[in-house]
Design a binder for this molecule. Sequence first.
Ligand code: GLU
Length: 285
Amino acid sequence: MAKNPSTYRGRLAPSPTGHLHLGHARTFWLAAERARPAGGPLLLRHDDLDAIRFRLDFVAAMLEDLHWLGFTWTEPVISQSDRLPLYRSALARLHAAGRIFPCTRTRRDVLEALSAPHEPAAPATDDEPVYPPQFRPPADAPLPPLDLNVNWRLRVPDGETLTFIDNCLGPQSATAGHDFGDFLVWRKDGVPSYQLACAVDDADLLITEVVRGADLVKSTFRQLLIFRALGAPAPQFYHAPLMLDATGTRLAKRHEALSLRTVREQGTTPEQLIEQFRRREIKSA
Ligand code: GLU
């Protein structure tokens, strides 16, 4: 089949808050496997907006580990911390369109409201709890001016079922207001949430397929709402099943033993590791 080298654009978007582990490495390898036959570039973006957990030495370590694994970049490496004006202008557009509202509730307020005995049980989510509808201002309430030192949430279309076909997992669906609620797009410390920054970047960088871990499927539904609200076409998605450690627990940056660094230090070669990924010898969920 003829390939069109100009269409595919993928990206890797690690957060420099720890050493890359084998799960990241396998997802990144899969991303490269998707991009290569399509003849498209794979961009590298540092998701470095978490000022508390971000460390410059993790950026350096990540670049070195990725280089060891065989990655090189022809396009400039992107850092979200350099792109704040872009996120501010996206927030201003959401504000002008009346899609967001300011939120002064704390996470604790939200959790307490959800556990109140007279409230219907909200479905538990693995990431952000469903925002209690009673905290949301009425849709026709006047919107205060945009203040970047306030938390802002996107008002989700309650009851609407969103769907997409995942290129790895197949058809996916989730209902707004049930599986996820009004979610944070901006934090009062002056930075966008992961959801806003990621969707704005994927749209701005003309990414055609996002390859990432299956733990982010729910985030994808939120990001689909952001693409829609900003009038940007959504990319396609390929969510890779997560890797588990020997006890069946999902890999995380705290699993230093399974970091790419440690595996390297133990003498594994990139070729051996990639062969394991190819043969799926490392257990996945
Ligand atoms: N930076 C995010 C993370 O490491 C990934 C974001 C993404 O691929 O969309 O979890």
